[in-house]
Design a binder for this molecule. Structure first.
Ligand code: NAD
Length: 478
């Protein structure tokens, strides 16, 4: 990386917090401090909105081709700097380098995809049903956007918002998660190097996230909130956004069911399960949270999954051999541990794992639990760790009922050898996305998002840019 930013990034400059405050960022592999970052205040949030508002008209008026080429340069730079950025992600998030490299490829792709979409923001012209006049619909940038991102994909969750926002002609203030602000700040520097004008992208890390975000959501110049994080915080922010009727996109929590029917290719199902469960050590909103396996193949599936999980190498993310890094912080690892303990106390059996290893850092052993009792908290809460609870089912109807028995609806996975069943079940599942014989659904070219309490709106694909555009209808007589 050309330079490391540890201050706020406002109006094209790295600046300290208005009160001089800073906070520490830790390495999850050791628990040691790796950097001190400026802690944004309410005054800083207003300064960032000032910058985004001042830059808005010119960026909106910039030719789509020029916006596209700027994003394309960002893609190229991100690809060139991928290794350094992956190491930075590993340093502050803990994930293995392989996961961090995977995230970088995914994250960069949002800049390329939206470079391509920036010049395809088509409107509509139709003749009114009366035949008397024309209906003209043009798309305009929604305006200044507040973007709030989580720690689990510090680069991809930021580019998935910045890419479409900039393509649409919006300016932004990004509030990254306090566990992982360094990657977001590095992206700000990268975007400046790609030619993004001052004020178009501002980054304000802040530990007082509630106050700082609330201030922005009550500033009349802010017109959109795009949030990725927990359903709990999402609900609070939806309430805050209501005060000014701010346009919202919410990517919230998940509780993904992973269904394996007896007619599935079990090798493929186990491969898919490993990806759906273990990408990012289970710290993903898309992580398979509950495995429902048809009774006749449950013992065999569980045995094979346990064998694969027990072979995973746990260690510091920076070690090239590591397949599973530490979790992000103490709170996350102790939550995983308590969910497992409770499930085991209620009668589940750990086929493998089920405990915290003795080494320092926030590690948890890859774990497979079978005979998990219905009603166990582990089936209803996001685990966000490397634990696979398995429950059996006897028929398709029961599988669908179990899968849909949650307030979440982000993604579901289905493994079956019968295509008709696969499509029927996919349609019946209450989820914004379904992986049918696939353990990975994320693709910058596809609409990502949830139903029920997993969110509102879509990111990625063509839909992703529409979330940053307003449709203006011009009634025309000519
Ligand atoms: P979180 O909700 O605790 O925090 C998300 C962001 O919101 C962070 O930047 C945090 O600082 C900020 N925040 C926290 N409280 C706030 C408040 N009161 N006001 C304003 N901002 C506030 O989530 P997390 O622990 O960082 O991330 C994990 C969660 O994110 C999981 O629930 C996961 O499922 C979800 N997630 C969802 C998606 C998706 O696309 N649906 C993707 C990744 C993660």
């Amino acid at each position: 990386m050309d330079r490391t930013i540890t201050d706020l990034y406002i109006n094209g400059k790295a600046v300290p917090a208005s009160d001089g405050g800073r906070f520490d960022v830790l390495d999850p592999a050791t628990g040691k401090v790796i950097a001190s970052v400026a802690d944004g205040t309410v005054a800083d949030a207003i300064a960032a909105v000032d910058a985004a508002a001042a830059a808005a008209a010119q960026w909106a008026a910039t030719a789509p081709r020029e916006r596209a080429e700027t994003l394309r340069r960002a893609f190229v730079l991100m690809t060139e700097r991928a290794e350094d950025l992956a190491r930075l992600i590993t340093l502050e998030n803990g994930k293995s380098l392989r996961d961090a490299r995977g995230e970088m490829a995914y994250a960069a792709e949002f800049f390329r995809w939206y470079a391509e979409e920036a010049v395809r923001s088509a409107g509509v012209v139709t003749t009114a049903p009366s035949g008397q006049n024309r209906i003209l619909v043009v798309r305009q940038p929604v305006g200044v956007c507040v973007l709030v991102t989580p720690w689990n994909f510090p680069a991809a969750m930021a580019t998935r918002k910045i890419g479409p926002a900039l393509a649409a002609g919006c300016t932004v203030v990004l509030k990254p998660a306090s566990d992982t602000p360094l990657t977001a700040l590095a992206l700000a520097g990268l975007l400046a190097d790609a030619g993004v004008p001052a004020g178009v992208v501002n980054v304000v890390p802040a530990r007082r996230s509630g106050e700082v975000v609330s201030t922005m959501l009550h500033d009349p110049r802010v017109r959109k909130l795009s949030f990725t994080g927990s359903t709990e915080v999402g609900r609070v922010l939806l309430g805050e956004a209501a005060d000014q009727v701010i346009n919202t996109s919410m990517e919230l929590g998940g509780n993904a069911p992973f269904l394996v029917f007896a007619d599935a290719d079990l090798d493929a199902a186990v491969d898919g399960a490993m990806i759906a469960k273990m990408r990012n050590a289970g710290e993903a909103c898309t992580a398979a949270n509950r495995f429902y396996v048809e009774t006749s193949v449950a013992a065999e599936f569980s045995r094979r999954l346990a064998e694969r999980m027990s072979a995973l190498r746990l260690g510091p993310g920076s070690d090239e051999n590591t397949e599973v890094g530490p979790l992000v912080n103490e709170a996350t690892v102790s939550k995983v541990d308590s969910l497992v303990r409770e499930a085991v106390a209620a009668g589940a059996t750990a086929l493998v794992g089920g405990r915290r290893p003795s080494q320092a850092g926030f590690y948890y052993e890859p774990t497979v639990l079978c005979d998990v009792r219905p009603g166990s908290a582990i089936l209803h809460e996001e685990i966000f760790g490397p634990v696979a609870p398995i429950v059996t089912f006897d028929d398709e109807r029961e599988a669908i009922e179990l899968a849909n028995d949650t307030e979440y609806g982000l993604v579901s996975y289905v493994y079956t050898g019968d295509l008709a069943r696969g499509l029927r079940v996919s349609e019946a599942l209450e989820a914004g996305m379904v992986g049918l014989n696939r353990g990975l659904v994320s693709d910058p070219a596809a609409p990502f998002g949830g139903v029920k309490q997993s969110g509102l709106g879509r990111e990625g694909g063509h839909e992703g840019m529409l979330d940053y555009l307003e449709s203006k209808y011009i009634a025309v007589q000519w």
